[in-house]
Write a protein that binds this ligand. Sequence first.
Ligand code: DX5
Ligand code: ZN
Length: 223
Amino acid sequence: MKSKKIAPSLLSADFANLERDIKMLEAAGADILHFDVMDGQFVPNISIGIPVLRAVKRVSTIPIDVHLMVETPGLIVDAFIDAGANYVTIHAEAERHLHKVIHQIKAKGAKAGVALNPHTPLSAIEEVMQDLDLILIMSVNPGLGGQSFIPNTIDKIKRLKTILKERNLTHIEIEVDGGIKLNNIAAVSDAGANIFVSGSGILKAENPAGMIAKMRKVLNSGG
Ligand code: DX5
Ligand code: ZN
């Protein structure tokens, strides 16, 4: 079985103390740093981009998972990989040439992911699934940290897991992003996810390192 990975979202970090927060998250056992890029078009917000990724890369040692909430991501994926992205995830809703851009990401040496908004059916990636390293199921509408987990996500993850099994594609990672907290991470894990993004659930907790440890315990005790 694939290892379960905790991916704190830097969107909820203290940007004036990013290095401090990154070191704390790594020391607490985070597996991946989730890096949310918003362009003010695909989603209403604007967040962080290439210069910040370069800086994060200088002070971090674990893989960085770049979640591009931007229109026509194919225009910008190369620059994010040059800046240090290990995984690059683009939205199915934002790219007309998904197949081309997935292969562009892989050719440049990064892992390729496609994200699906809550309303986007799994069938949107039916013809490219076999080419992916990761599928990101959004459990909130993208654009903002701190929103509530959308319950239908659990069923969507289960259906995806079944499709991946049927197609012998169980090496593909299933990442879930939005509203993941200590009280629902077990359900997300049981449904079949293996990468758990959590922004406010970890970084707005009273003790973020302790929260990672608690989440890990839940993941270790589950199936
Ligand atoms: C939402 C972002 C998420 C966000 C998650 O648009 O893609 O990664 O940081 O934050 P929480 O865990 O607070 O919902
Ligand atoms: Zn994200």
